[in-house]
Design a protein around this ligand. Structure first.
Ligand SMILES: [Zn+2]
Length: 250
C-alpha cells in the first residue's frame, strides 16, 4: 500500500536522491513510499513502477498536477491541470508475479515463438549504457527469455521486423503505463503533438520544491518558537502552516 511522503521522510528521500541518477531516484521514491527495498523493485515492469509513482504523487501532493509545456513549434506556453488518475484508465490492479517482473509471457507470430518478460528498471539501466541507436534493441534483448522458430532455438537478432513489431505491441498492451503520453494542442498556433509524461522526473521536481520549502518552514518555526526539527517535522502540514501564519511568515 503506497503512502504519501511527508515531513522527515520527504526530506530523507530528497537527500538520498540528490546524488543519484533518475532511474535510481525513481526507485528510491517508490521504495520509501511503499517501505520496500530498492532491490526488490528493480525488476518491476516500467509501467508498474510509473503507476506506483503516480500513486505516490496522488498520496503526497494530490491527484491534480499543474503542468507547463512549451509548444515545440511556436514556443508559446501551455498550462493545464492534469488529473493523474486520468493517465491510467482501467485501474492499476496487476497480478503479483507481473508486478514483480518475474512473469514470463509468450507470443506466437506465424512459426515464431517468443517468450519474454516485461522490461524493468534493471533492464533500462543496461540499455541506457548502450549507444543511443542500440538502446531499443538492447532493451528488447534484455526482455526476451527465449526465441524459437518452428521448434528450433534462435537468437533475438534473428527475429524479423514484423515479429519485433508484434512484440513491441504486446509489451505496450501488457504494460500500458510504461509509455504515458499526453496529446497536447497549442492554443496559439494549433500545433498538436504527443508529449511523453515522465512521472519520475515530474514527481522529483515536486519533491525538490517541497523539500526546500519544508526546510525554510523548519528554519522559520525553529527561530520563532525554539522548537526542534523533529517536533516541527512531526506537525501535520496544515498545523505547520497555521503556526507560520501566526508567526507572520509567508
Ligand atoms: Zn504553438
Amino acid at each position: 500500500m503506497t503512502a504519501g511522503l511527508a515531513g522527515e521522510q520527504l526530506l530523507a528521500v530528497w537527500e538520498q536522491g540528490r546524488g543519484v541518477d533518475a532511474l535510481t531516484r525513481a526507485l528510491l521514491v517508490w521504495s520509501a513510499a511503499d517501505s520496500l527495498p530498492v532491490e526488490d523493485l528493480a525488476a518491476a515492469p516500467l509501467g508498474v513502477r510509473d503507476l506506483a509513482l503516480l500513486e505516490v504523487r496522488r498520496q503526497t501532493f494530490g491527484a491534480v498536477a499543474d503542468c507547463y509545456v512549451a509548444c515545440p513549434r511556436c514556443g508559446d506556453g501551455l498550462e493545464f491541470a492534469l488529473d493523474v488518475r486520468d493517465l491510467v484508465p482501467g485501474g492499476t490492479a496487476v497480478a503479483d508475479d507481473v508486478a514483480a517482473g518475474s512473469a514470463v509471457h509468450e507470443l506466437w507470430v506465424e512459426d515464431w515463438d517468443v517468450r519474454f518478460r516485461l522490461p524493468g528498471s534493471r533492464d533500462l539501466r543496461v540499455a541506457s549504457q548502450a549507444d543511443h541507436d542500440l538502446r531499443a534493441a538492447v532493451l528488447l534483448e534484455a526482455a526476451v527469455v527465449s526465441v524459437e522458430r518452428a521448434g528450433i532455438r534462435c537468437a533475438v537478432q534473428d527475429l524479423p521486423s514484423p515479429v519485433v513489431e508484434a512484440l513491441d505491441a504486446e509489451l505496450a498492451r501488457l504494460d500500458p503505463a510504461a509509455d504515458l503520453t499526453l496529446e497536447l494542442r497549442c492554443a496559439a498556433c494549433s500545433h498538436a503533438w504527443p508529449s511523453r509524461f515522465d512521472v519520475g522526473a515530474f514527481l522529483w521536481r515536486e519533491i525538490e520544491v517541497n523539500a526546500r520549502r519544508l526546510l525554510q518552514e523548519v528554519d522559520a518555526l525553529a527561530r520563532t518558537y525554539g522548537w526542534s526539527e523533529r517536533d516541527i517535522l512531526s506537525l501535520p502540514a496544515t498545523r505547520r502552516r497555521s503556526y507560520l501564519d501566526l508567526a507572520g511568515w509567508s
